[in-house]
Design a binder for this molecule. Structure first.
Ligand SMILES: [Zn+2]
Length: 295
């Protein structure tokens, strides 16, 4: 993999200027290599905000909010991309934060994310500019794009949590409410409901071809899913990144995936097994719901 840096001059500007010759698989980096963007050629983008390890002294340590890293999520994101490359010969877009979460939390608005540190604020802006660039390019290539913001959680119930910006209490509402337009409009699958206006939203969220169902079929418990349509709490509903970047009017759908540690993130073998399972699930899900091919 070739490594190039974006000229520092460009990063000083409010909007980042990207090299004109971005090539699939050739990583570019933000200032001080704190962020990494691997451009792709597919309609799928994965961001990994909490897998970084760097704790530079030049950035003030954050004093409030969650400061623990999501162990092994950077490795998991790279394995998913590598699995796609093995199966298709193609590169997918990856955006990675290399800073430890005690220095920057890219999945928060800038105030809580950087807590006033100007270096961290710049890295935060670069990270989100990379996601924006990846999604804009993917939509230009394919008409639509799908974003997965990849995380790790350690909740007691061992399952993958799929965050569509609906809370556990939201899912407990009557079916008529869940299938009303107002509810879908608040979620990250709004674009899919636009593409399938004849299908109840509950089928998309928790039906037999929902992402939760497809992941469970491949051996990883997941929620929401047909088995657990209302997530038990605690449950992560999704955060800043999907809220900011996933917009039906920009032809983007997606979700936040919170991978459990035990039997998934804990060993290289389990991470590989999940990477293969998720790619296999997406190869059913994206053609079915987004009319997008991963091939
Ligand atoms: Zn996280």
């Amino acid at each position: 993999m070739m490594i190039r840096s974006i000229p520092v001059l460009f990063l000083a500007l409010a909007s980042i200027a990207f090299p004109a010759d971005l090539k699939p698989g050739e990583a570019i980096f933000g200032s001080a290599h704190h962020t990494e963007y691997v451009p792709g050629e597919l309609p799928l983008v994965i961001s990994a905000p909490h897998g970084g390890a760097l704790k530079p002294e030049s950035i003030t340590t954050r004093t409030y909010g969650v400061r623990d890293a999501d162990a092994n999520t950077q490795d998991l994101a790279r394995r998913i991309a590598e699995e796609i490359r093995k199966k298709t010969g193609r590169q997918m877009d990856l955006i990675i934060s290399h800073l430890h979460r005690s220095k920057l939390d890219p999945n928060r608005e800038i105030k809580e994310a950087a807590q006033g540190d100007s270096v961290a604020e710049k890295v935060w802006a670069e990270y989100h500019a990379f996601i924006d660039q990846a999604l804009t390019a993917a939509v230009a290539r394919h008409g639509r794009a799908f974003l997965i913001d990849l995380h790790g959680q350690a909740h007691k119930d061992i399952r993958v949590e799929l965050g569509y910006m609906h809370s556990a209490a939201d899912y407990a509402q009557p079916e008529a409410t869940l299938n009303g337009q107002a509810f879908a409009a608040k979620g990250t699958l709004k674009l899919i409901t636009d593409l399938h206006s004849d299908v109840p939203y509950t089928d998309i969220l928790t039906g037999l071809q929902s992402l939760g169902a497809l992941i469970e079929e491949r051996g990883f418990p997941a929620t929401p899913s047909p088995r657990m349509p209302v997530p038990s709490e605690p449950y992560f509903r999704g955060g800043y990144t999907v809220f900011r970047h996933v917009k039906a009017e920009r032809n983007i759908a997606g979700l936040q995936i919170e991978a459990n540690r035990i039997r998934l993130r804990d060993t290289p073998e389990n991470r590989q097994r999940f990477a293969e399972s998720l790619v296999s699930a997406l190869q059913v899900y994206l053609p079915k719901w987004m009319n997008l091919e991963i091939k």
